[in-house]
Design a protein. Structure first.
Length: 211
């Protein structure tokens, strides 16, 4: 039997490791979102997770590693939410309706928990050169997703306005800036207000060639 297949307390080692890793991620999102990444130490993450530094180093090498992993988890879950929304789009779609559905799914995935939103849009900014490069890679991955989603959202023959990745970058920049302002607002408006602002911007970037 491999180490991964061993049972401790009736549970496989891999299951216990996955649960422990998730506890670190949940703790990181909570305290980084509440207090700010720069104001939290590795010991703070361990305390919030109820786990030891030894256990932390079994999953991550540095405090920044857990920030990257938490950021990726939030991004991945938002991508799943967007994919689910796209799968429900009917043939011959109305772009305003479908873009509303897509943006609502994306923002609901992140914005229903302000701590998740703060990690995704604020706490990862300017942390290090490595983090900035990772954010750029994730941004380009989102641009690819957006470009592939144009025809499902707007119908056959639809395309993104302009050349290269400029339109996708413009939309992502608008989302990030608006989300940042939303997080700082007191009282914080509902996520639907963000969708209402973003939908016309997103639709304006879609071109439908006459058939």
């Amino acid at each position: 039997m491999t180490i991964e297949g061993r049972q401790y307390g009736g549970r496989a080692v891999t299951e216990r490791k996955a649960e422990r890793r998730q506890r670190f991620l949940d703790a990181a999102i909570q305290i980084f979102g509440e207090r700010g990444y720069a104001n939290c130490s590795l010991a703070d993450v361990c305390t919030a997770a109820g786990l030891s530094k030894r256990q932390f180093y079994e999953e991550f090498q540095t405090r920044e590693d857990v920030l990257v992993a938490a950021y990726d988890q939030i991004q991945d879950q938002a991508a799943v939410a967007l994919a689910d929304a796209l799968s429900a789009v009917e043939p011959d779609p109305d772009p305003t309706e479908t873009v509303t559905q897509a943006l609502s799914a994306f923002l609901d995935s992140i914005g229903t928990d302000p701590f998740r939103a703060k990690v995704a849009f604020v706490e990862v900014v300017g942390v290090s050169e490595r983090m900035e490069q990772h954010r750029r890679e994730r941004r380009h991955a989102w641009i690819s997703i957006l470009y592939r989603a144009v025809e499902p959202l707007a119908g056959s023959g639809a395309r993104v306005r302009g050349a290269g990745e400029l339109a996708g970058s413009a939309l992502i920049g608008a989302i990030n800036g608006l989300a940042h302002e939303w997080l700082l607002s007191v009282p914080r408006p509902p996520v639907t207000d963000l969708v209402e602002v973003l939908v016309p911007m997103a639709v304006s970037l879609i071109v439908r060639d006459p058939s």
